[in-house]
Structure formats: structure tokens, C-alpha cells
Ligand binder design. Structure first.
Ligand SMILES: Cc1ncc(COP(=O)(O)O)c(C=O)c1O
Length: 450
């Protein structure tokens, strides 16, 4: 192309047109590669998914559903969206005569919002797991001071909770439901390490005439692999993200009983969203092909084995694991026993390149100063870690937190400053960097950039 062409910048790489941004992206790639990534909601997606995200599908507008679009030129993206729908049903063993699926939600939050918009009237009552008990913001979180989530602004949220043992108190949930008679009961979680009793949720929903929605964003991979109970046997609607255990792009999916499909489809578009992100939908489609295959089932089994092995190794080191173990990919660690706050534990670990997040533990009153951390295994399992590696992971966590204990009396700011200068954490960081980048590198991204 002529160098003077007005559109010449269109053909060059990011490195050429915007080296500052390219350097930042490279730095983030390097940070990920050199980190022990234990954030339960994160994963490393494949080169195939990244290829879809950066494809010409980004250019296409396609409001509406396949075959019923508001734009021309959609015959190819229609095929792509139909493929994603078909693969979504197949991955979870669903029959198109009883279930419908919408693959357009931009994320898990908008998937949930669309279900509420489709099934509820403003101020209808909903019951979801309280955020401090492990529920998600979009399940209706509010405090005494503030309706934090939009869900609690538009609907009346009456949460159920876990008991002192860290397990959902199903009896209390039922008692509350019989009193408040919610229109929707939500099961599913962001920080809970045990499987759910869907039959019990269904029975309560039937008693009070409520819809039952399951948000399987965190554990969809286990459902697809048959490693945890199947919510589809009981729920009216199942929502999910596609980027956590599922390992796809960032997006959402809604599965709904066919009778509810029109209301929820209308809520996605035109109710809440505009044009679907066709590049994302293609990426979801290719990931769903993986999810239906045997290698993915092996992967999910490995995630579960790693989580169990790490929980056991942490208990051996005198840590308090909430509920005494895990059924899924999540470990909740109560660090108060060690004299630390969850925020301090997060900071100490961050200073040796270990990513976790602070998390509330049953009974906590502040989400900003909680007693625990949440640890998850999907990401490092993708990078090849095995149960035998969990001894090393537990040892890293122990060494960082033992150091944290020696400075735990300080304010968070001065705790952070102290970590900044700590020789112990610096040595640990070098060890984490070397082992993660050397033995468990992030695959795929380099090849794609070449
Ligand atoms: C259970 C659950 N639902 C929904 C969401 C929201 O997903 P997104 O961040 O894609 O909006 C999350 C994300 O953390 C989640 O854990």
C-alpha cells in the first residue's frame, strides 16, 4: 500500500501504531506468566479463543436473533450464533425441545440482569446467597446503609446465609422463604466450596411459587464434566459466565426452559443490550467445542484434585479451611486465627507474586476488612500444575503469611510498606517467578502475537 494512503495506519501492528500500549500489554503478559495465579474466577484462555476475539467479527452489527436481525449482511454471523447455541446445549446435555439458550449476554452480570428483567416486576422479592456468605453482588447485595447492587435497587432482596459451619443454612432459607414468598430464588455462588442441594432449593421454590435460577458462573465446568450435581434437573433458568472454569472469553450465557425463552430473550435485546458481540460469541462457540470433549473433562477433574490436595496441604500447615475442605475449585481460608486480616494476607501474597483475593468469612461485617482469602485452582491447573505441586504452593502461602504475622499489628498502609522492603518476600517472589515462568508458562499468547 502507498505510504501516503490516508488509511495506512489500519494495516500496522499495535507495536507500530501504539508502542506505549503494546508495552503495557506485554508487561501484563509477563506479570501473568511470572505469577502464581490463584484467583478463583480467573483462567488462561486458549489461542483459538484469542483469535476469535481479534477477528473481523468485531466489525459486525447484528441486533436481534439469528434469522431475525435488524441489520443486513448477517448470514454468516447467524451461522456462528446458531453454532454457539447448539454447542451450548450439547455441552450441558440439554435437549432443544425443553431448553432454549441465549449466548448474547456481554457478561455474567448482564445475563443475571436480563433474567430479572424478563421474569420480575420492579420491587418483586428475590432471595439469593448473601455476598458475605459467598453469593455474588448481582444476587441482590445491599448493606444497612446502601443498596450496593442494582439488583437490590430494583428488586427487594432478602438474602439467605451460611451458618457458623460455613455451609448454607437450608432450614433458615426455607423459613425465610415461607415468610417473604419471593418471586425468584437464586442459587449459585462466587465464594463457596461445597456442592448445592438443588432438590431442596426446588422444593422451597415450589412451596412459595417462585422461579428457581441457578448462577453456575463459577462451577459450570464441573457441571459439564459431571463432577458436581446438575442444576438443570431442577432450575427454571441457569446463567453462567464463560471465562472462569469454562476457560473461554469474557461473556455470559442464559439457559432457560423453553416456555420462558421469549420473555428472557426480549430482556437481553432490546431490554438491556444492543448489538451482540459476535467476536465474543464465536469465541464462546469454539470454547464450548472444547468443553464437550474428553480433554476438558480431564482438566476439570485435575482442577478438583488440585483443590483438594491444596486444601489438605494447608490444613496440615495449621490453616483453617472453611468447611474443612472443598468439593470444587475454591478454598476459603480463614486467616484471623493467624492474627491476620484477609486484606493483609492478600497484600503479603501479592508481594511475592501470588494472586488471591480477600474474602468475607461467615460472620464478617465488612467486605473491605474481611477475615479470609479465596484461593482457586482453575488457572494454575491450565498451566499444568498437579496435586504433587500443591505442597510447594501451600509452602509459599505459609511462608508469606508467617512473615505477615510478624507485622500484623500495623495498619494496612504500613503493613504494605513493610512488605515492600521485606527481604523474605523478595526471595519468595524470585522463587515464585522462576517456578511459574519456568515450569508452568502461559501457553498460546506468544504464538498468536508472532
Ligand atoms: C456467581 C457469579 N455470577 C456472576 C458474575 C458476574 O460476571 P461478570 O464479571 O462477567 O459480569 C460473577 C463474577 O464474578 C460470579 O461469580
Amino acid at each position: 500500500m502507498n505510504a501516503a494512503h490516508p488509511y495506512r495506519l489500519m494495516q500496522y501492528s499495535l507495536q507500530t501504531v501504539d508502542p506505549d500500549l503494546a508495552a503495557l500489554i506485554d508487561a501484563e503478559g509477563q506479570r501473568q506468566n511470572e505469577s502464581l495465579e490463584l484467583i478463583a474466577s480467573e483462567n488462561f484462555t486458549s489461542a483459538a479463543v484469542l483469535e476469535c476475539l481479534g477477528s473481523p467479527l468485531t466489525n459486525k452489527y447484528a441486533e436481534g436473533l439469528p434469522g431475525r436481525r435488524y441489520y443486513g449482511g448477517t448470514e454468516i454471523v447467524d451461522d456462528i450464533e446458531r453454532l454457539a447455541q447448539k454447542r451450548a446445549l450439547a455441552a450441558f446435555g440439554l435437549d432443544a425441545s425443553g431448553w432454549a439458550v441465549n449466548v448474547q449476554p456481554y457478561s455474567g452480570s448482564t445475563a443475571n440482569a436480563a433474567v430479572y428483567l424478563g421474569l420480575l416486576q420492579p420491587h418483586d422479592r428475590i432471595m439469593g446467597l448473601d455476598l458475605p456468605s459467598g453469593g455474588h453482588l448481582t444476587h441482590g447485595f445491599m448493606t444497612t446503609k446502601r443498596r450496593v447492587s442494582g439488583t437490590s435497587v430494583y428488586y427487594e432482596s432478602i438474602p439467605y446465609q451460611v451458618g457458623a459451619d460455613g455451609l448454607i443454612d437450608y432450614d433458615a432459607m426455607e423459613r425465610m422463604a415461607l415468610i417473604v414468598k419471593p418471586k425468584l430464588i437464586i442459587c449459585g455462588y462466587s465464594a463457596y466450596s461445597r456442592d448445592l442441594d438443588y432438590a431442596r432449593f426446588r422444593a422451597v421454590a415450589d412451596k412459595v411459587g417462585a422461579y428457581l435460577m441457578c448462577d453456575m458462573a463459577h462451577f459450570n465446568g464441573f457441571v459439564a464434566a459431571g463432577l458436581l450435581a446438575n442444576p438443570f434437573e431442577y432450575a427454571d433458568v441457569v446463567t453462567t459466565t464463560t471465562h472462569k472454569t469454562m476457560r473461554g472469553p469474557r461473556a455470559g450465557i442464559i439457559f432457560m426452559r423453553s416456555a420462558l425463552a421469549q420473555r428472557i430473550n426480549d430482556a437481553v435485546f432490546p431490554g438491556l443490550q444492543g448489538g451482540p458481540h459476535m467476536n465474543q460469541i464465536a469465541a464462546v462457540a469454539t470454547q464450548l467445542l472444547q468443553v464437550a470433549g474428553p480433554a476438558y473433562k480431564e482438566y476439570m477433574a485435575a482442577v478438583q484434585q488440585n483443590a483438594r490436595a491444596l486444601a489438605a496441604a494447608l490444613i496440615d500447615r495449621d490453616f483453617e479451611v472453611v468447611t474443612g475442605g472443598t468439593d470444587n475449585h475454591i478454598i476459603l481460608l480463614n486467616v484471623r486465627k493467624w492474627g491476620l486480616s484477609g486484606a493483609q494476607a492478600e497484600v503479603a501474597l501479592e508481594h511475592c507474586n501470588v494472586s488471591v483475593n480477600k474474602n468475607t468469612i461467615a460472620g464478617d461485617t465488612s467486605a473491605l476488612n474481611p477475615s479470609g482469602i479465596r484461593i482457586g485452582l482453575p488457572a494454575m491447573t491450565t498451566r499444568g500444575m498437579k496435586p504433587a505441586d500443591m505442597e510447594w504452593v501451600a509452602g509459599v502461602i505459609e511462608r508469606a503469611l508467617r512473615y505477615g504475622c510478624t507485622i500484623a499489628q500495623r495498619s494496612l498502609e504500613s503493613f504494605r510498606a513493610e512488605c515492600e522492603w521485606s527481604k523474605e518476600l523478595e526471595e519468595l517472589k524470585a522463587e515464585v517467578k522462576g517456578r511459574c515462568a519456568g515450569m508452568f508458562p502461559v501457553a498460546g499468547t506468544d504464538e498468536l502475537r508472532r
